[in-house]
Design a binder for this molecule. Structure first.
Ligand SMILES: Nc1ncnc2c1ncn2[C@@H]1O[C@H](COP(=O)(O)OP(=O)(O)OP(=O)(O)O)[C@@H](O)[C@H]1O
Ligand SMILES: [Mg+2]
Length: 399
């Protein structure tokens, strides 16, 4: 058997590229799509591993989103520094080939530690939509020990251009999904507002009854108004149009401000409210207005889902050895059943009997999670039915 000529090999590669690009345009689920891309990139370049790094639209951080092979879960979401090779490509927007990475001081060795790979050579191409860079596609170590060449650059550049468009489409699709979900949610309160006002307009309603209808209309209109605000916020967060203004925030002051705002609600339900702050006062790194939203959302839940005469505690620990503080919001409320816990951060998710208990859209915690994650942290929750719930996350203390 004669081995294929260079021309034949190129033809075969382009035939495969074509098939892949058809798959890419028909896949709208982002994670599936990324998987298809990294696997295609590995097959096309015949390398040991490939990965996709995406630029976080909010924070500008570059992080691993998909990696071929079994270690993918460990490396997913790992942020790489701007000084790394991928960081360089994401900034400058040009292809880089390094045939001996150990000699290039932009190489980010920590990725190897996580994946167990020993990177020898690496090729990194920017992923662009129009002229905007959305991420980086990387391939490492050709399997037959050859060095990366112009053919690899061609193939990966073509793939990454198509991949970038497909990623953008998948993101837009997620957004359009959100819009239909939102419209769906708006319908319920709208229907009842229309129905009750019709009754008031058309029929002679007893004054007492009329009062009740007006009350309902008012409540539903308030509900609509809250929903609209939450929708706006969520779609802003998802679209990436939000820029986080990271700066030192006097967290104690912020919490006291919020406490003053929530006081009437707390008093109405006869709840005890406590704040525990580090002494001396500290500042944390964050976006003050977004952190306010997080704390207000968590504290509102702690109030809404509490019991009469219960209590709410907001606590900030002193910085630990790594200069992180933990902020927690605890309540003595109804708690969250274990089967619901994995879902409470999903959009529109509400525990089954919450409906009768307190009004809400089920968006608050989703917004909280997105903001906290944009701060490089993660929200944790402990809950026990009939005992109470604690939400917590860490923040970096300012020096
Ligand atoms: N502190 C808490 N105690 C008990 N259940 C809670 C608590 N916080 C949240 N939950 C449950 O999780 C669900 C989702 O909370 P989330 O804040 O996202 O929505 P919501 O409060 O229903 O509406 P929104 O915050 O948008 O007005 C709530 O409906 C409630 O069932
Ligand atoms: Mg809420």
């Amino acid at each position: 058997m004669t081995s294929p000529t260079l021309a034949e090999r190129r033809l075969e590669t382009y035939r495969r590229l074509l098939t892949i690009s058809q798959t890419l345009t028909s896949t709208l689920d982002l994670l599936t799509l990324l998987e298809v891309i990294v696997n295609a990139a590995r097959d096309l370049t015949d390398t040991e591993a490939t990965s996709i790094l995406l630029l976080d639209q909010k924070t500008g951080q570059l992080y691993f989103e998909a990696v071929t092979g079994s270690k993918s879960e460990e490396i997913r979401r790992v942020v790489v520094p701007p000084t790394s090779l991928a960081g360089w490509v994401a900034r400058v927007g040009e292809v880089q080939i390094i045939n001996d990475v150990q000699k290039d001081d932009r190489f980010y060795a920590q990725s190897d530690e996580r994946t167990g790979f020993q990177t020898r050579s690496l090729i990194a191409v920017p992923m662009k939509v129009k002229e905007r860079i959305i991420g980086v596609l990387e391939a490492i170590n050709p399997v037959d020990g050859r060095t990366f060449d112009d053919d690899d650059v061609d193939v990966l550049t073509t793939l990454s251009a198509q991949a970038a468009i497909a990623i953008e489409n998948a993101r837009l699709f997620q957004q359009s999904d959100l819009i239909s979900e939102m419209v769906h949610e708006l319908r319920t309160p709208l229907t009842s507002i229309v129905a009750y006002s019709e009754l008031l307009l058309r029929q002679a309603v007893e004054p007492e009854m009329a009062q009740e209808f007006i009350e309902t209309i008012y409540q539903e209109a308030l509900n609509l108004s809250n929903m609209t605000n939450a929708f706006l916020e969520l779609s802003r967060l998802q679209s990436g149009r939000v820029r986080f203004q990271m700066a030192p925030v006097a967290i104690g002051e912020l919490i006291e401000e919020i406490a003053a705002l929530l006081r009437p609600q707390l008093d109405r339900l006869n709840l005890t409210f406590n704040v525990q702050l580090p002494d001396p006062p500290i500042r944390v790194i964050g976006d003050r207005e977004r952190l306010r939203q997080v704390i207000v959302n968590l504290a509102s839940n702690a109030i809404k889902y509490n019991r009469p005469n219960g209590s709410v505690l907001i606590k900030v620990t002193p910085p630990d050895a790594g200069q992180y503080v933990t902020l927690s919001v605890s309540d003595t409320g109804r708690g969250i059943p274990a089967k619901d816990l994995p879902h409470i951060f999903e959009k529109f998710y509400r525990v089954a009997d919450s409906e009768g208990y307190a009004q809400g859209t089920g968006l608050g915690l989703n917004i909280v999670r997105q903001i906290v994650e944009a701060h490089g942290s993660h929200v944790e929750v402990d809950s026990e039915v009939d005992r109470g719930t604690t939400f917590r996350f860490t923040l970096k203390a300012a020096r």
